[in-house]
Design a binder for this molecule. Structure first.
Ligand code: TXA
Ligand code: MG
Length: 311
C-alpha cells in the first residue's frame, strides 16, 4: 500500500473517517490511529505493527465529553485525575463501554483513555470526529517513534498515512494508571510521576505484579523499547568501549563511536529512543546509558532504559 505523507491534520483525518490507519504525533511519542468503532481498521493497526493481539490499545480523544461514549463509568478518583491532568501525558484505565469493540482492548473489560496535549494531535483528533485507538507507531518490539521519519522507517508501505509533525516533546510514552480498581494503580511510569498523581489522589500506588493474577498491563510483559544493539547501564567508574555508543547527562573523555550528552533528564528522555535508532542505523552493537536520579521523569526514563537493557 502507498503511505501518504501530509502536514494537514484534516487530510490525515479523512483517512481515519474512511476506515484507514494513520500515524500522528502526540507530546509523548507518535501513535498509529484507527477509528475506535471500526473493528476492521483496528485489526489493520495490529497487522501493520505486527502487534500481539493480547495487548490492548489506548483510546485518544480531543473532547472530555467523548470519554462517556467509550467508558461505562468514570469513577470519582478517575474524574479527579482527568480534571487535573487532561490534556496531557496521562492514560486513565476505566471500565469499558459495550459500544467499544473488544478487539480494541484485547478482550479486557477496561479501556485506557488519554487526551494528548499537543496542538497538532488535538486538531487531528477533532477532525476525526471519533475517538481514535492508537498504540505507539513502531513495529512491535522496536523503540517508540519520536519523529515522523522513525515512523516511516518502520511502517512505510504498511499504513495509509503519516501526519508529519515535529519531534515529540516528551519522548517516552504516557503514564498509565488503572482507575477501574478501588485504589488507583500505576501500571506504567511516564512524564507524570506518581508523586504528582498523589497530590491529587493520595491513595494511588504503584502496581506490584502478583504472579497469581493476570497482569494488569499486558503490554509490559512483551519485549519492548529495544534497539537491535545491546543496551547496558553504565556502572560507576566503568569505561565505555571505543566501538560502543554512549548517552547520558555527563560528558565522557574516552573516544566512543557515538556520543550524546543531554542537558538533563528531560532532554535525555526526549532523545533516548531516537538515539537508539541512530545507533542501529550506524550498525553500532553496544549502547551504554548513564543512570539518572529517579525523580520526576527520571523514574520513567530509568524504567525504559532497564527494559531495553533486559531485552
Ligand atoms: O504515550 C502513549 O501512551 C502512546 C501515544 C501514542 O499515546 N501510546 C502508547 O501505546 O504507548 P502502546 O499501545 O504502545 O502502549 C499502551 C500500554 C500498553 O502497555 C498496554 O498494555 C497498556 O498501555 N494498556 C492499554 N490499555 C490497557 C488496559 N485496558 N488495561 C491495562 N493496560 C492497558
Ligand atoms: Mg508501544
Amino acid at each position: 500500500m502507498k503511505t501518504v505523507l501530509t502536514q494537514s491534520p484534516s487530510a490525515a483525518a479523512e483517512f481515519i473517517r474512511r476506515g484507514g490507519v494513520v500515524a500522528f504525533p502526540t507530546e509523548t511519542v507518535y501513535g498509529l490511529g484507527a477509528n475506535i468503532f471500526d473493528p476492521a481498521a483496528i485489526e489493520a493497526v495490529f497487522r501493520a505493527k505486527d502487534r500481539p493481539p493480547d495487548n490492548p490499545l489506548i483510546a485518544h480523544t480531543a473532547k472530555v465529553e467523548d470519554i462517556e461514549t467509550i467508558a461505562a463509568v468514570v469513577p470519582p478518583l478517575a474524574r479527579k485525575l482527568i480534571d487535573a491532568f487532561f490534556p496531557g501525558p496521562l492514560t486513565v484505565v476505566l471500565p469499558k463501554s459495550e459500544s467499544v469493540p473488544s478487539i480494541a482492548t484485547a478482550g479486557l473489560d477496561t479501556i485506557g483513555v488519554r487526551m494528548p496535549g499537543n496542538a497538532l494531535a488535538r486538531e487531528f483528533l477533532r477532525e476525526c470526529a471519533t475517538p481514535v485507538v492508537a498504540p505507539s507507531a513502531n513495529l512491535s518490539g522496536r523503540p517508540s517513534p519520536t519523529t515522523w521519519q522513525a515512523v516511516f522507517e518502520d511502517l512505510n508501505g504498511r499504513i495509509d498515512c503519516i501526519l508529519q509533525g515535529d519531534p515529540t516533546m516528551i519522548g517516552i510514552e504516557s503514564t498509565v494508571i488503572d482507575c477501574s480498581t478501588e485504589i488507583p494503580l500505576l501500571l506504567r511510569k511516564g512524564a507524570i510521576a506518581l508523586s504528582r498523581i498523589r497530590e491529587v489522589v493520595p491513595e494511588a500506588r504503584e502496581y506490584k505484579g502478583d504472579e497469581t493474577e493476570a497482569p494488569r498491563s499486558p503490554g509490559l510483559r512483551h519485549r519492548h523499547y529495544s534497539p537491535r544493539a545491546k543496551v547496558f547501564i553504565l556502572d560507576k567508574d566503568e569505561v565505555v568501549p571505543n566501538d560502543a555508543a554512549y548517552i547520558g547527562v555527563s560528558d565522557r573523555d574516552e573516544p566512543v563511536e557515538r556520543k550524546r550528552v543531554c542537558g538533563g533528564a528531560d532532554s535525555y528522555a526526549r532523545e533516548l529512543f531516537e538515539f537508539f535508532r541512530e545507533c542501529d542505523r550506524d550498525g553500532i552493537t553496544r549502547i551504554y546509558c548513564e543512570p539518572v536520579n529517579e525523580e520526576g521523569i527520571g523514574a520513567a526514563l530509568m524504567d525504559r532504559i532497564r527494559r531495553a537493557a533486559a531485552a
